[in-house]
Ligand binder design. Structure first.
Ligand code: FEO
Length: 168
């Protein structure tokens, strides 16, 4: 049986993953409105990945005999100043998620919950990848600068991303 303090922290993180999913879906709509359909696709896939992360916490809490609590998900912004500003906001958000996952890892270490520590290892590795990928795209948008052909080339590349559910 999972300790209540760990269960509550996992439920909170599950909600943050749902918020992330909504945030990236809003960014997908923003990019769509700018005719950047590759960026929109990338964000839509990212939104699916975030819901996949939320479900990982959902499944885990149930598996450990805990109670899942679906709380209120905060509303997300609707627009950004530029295609670069939206991706920079995504990167800042991922940096916050990394911080929250690290705090969770500290908590389960303190509570000597080794099973949850294994679950969190997956998220720690995932965050390294998410920050790297998002940061790389931010840098590439900066490189494209004012060149609309550079931005459209990147947009074309981002069309290829597809959602792959994580292994359970
Ligand atoms: Fe689930 Fe992008 O953190």
């Amino acid at each position: 049986m999972i300790k209540k303090i760990v269960q509550d922290a996992l439920n909170t993180q599950m909600l943050r993953e749902m918020y992330s999913s909504n945030l990236y879906l809003a960014m997908a709509a923003y990019y769509h409105s700018k005719n950047l359909n590759g960026f929109a696709n990338w964000m839509r896939v990212q939104a699916q990945e975030e819901m996949d992360h939320a479900l990982k916490f959902f499944d885990y809490v149930l598996e450990r005999g805990g109670n899942v609590k679906i709380g209120q998900v905060d509303s997300v912004p609707e627009t950004w100043d530029s295609p670069l500003a939206a991706f920079e906001a995504a990167l800042r958000h991922e940096e916050s998620v990394t911080q929250w996952i690290n705090e969770l890892a500290d908590l389960v270490m303190k509570e000597r919950d080794h099973a949850t520590a294994i679950l969190l290892q997956w998220f720690i590795t995932e965050q390294v990848e998410e920050e790297a990928t998002t940061g790389e795209i931010v840098e590439r948008i900066k490189l494209a600068g004012e060149s609309s052909s550079g931005l459209f080339m990147l947009d074309n590349e981002l069309k290829a991303r597809v959602f792959v559910p994580s292994a359970k």
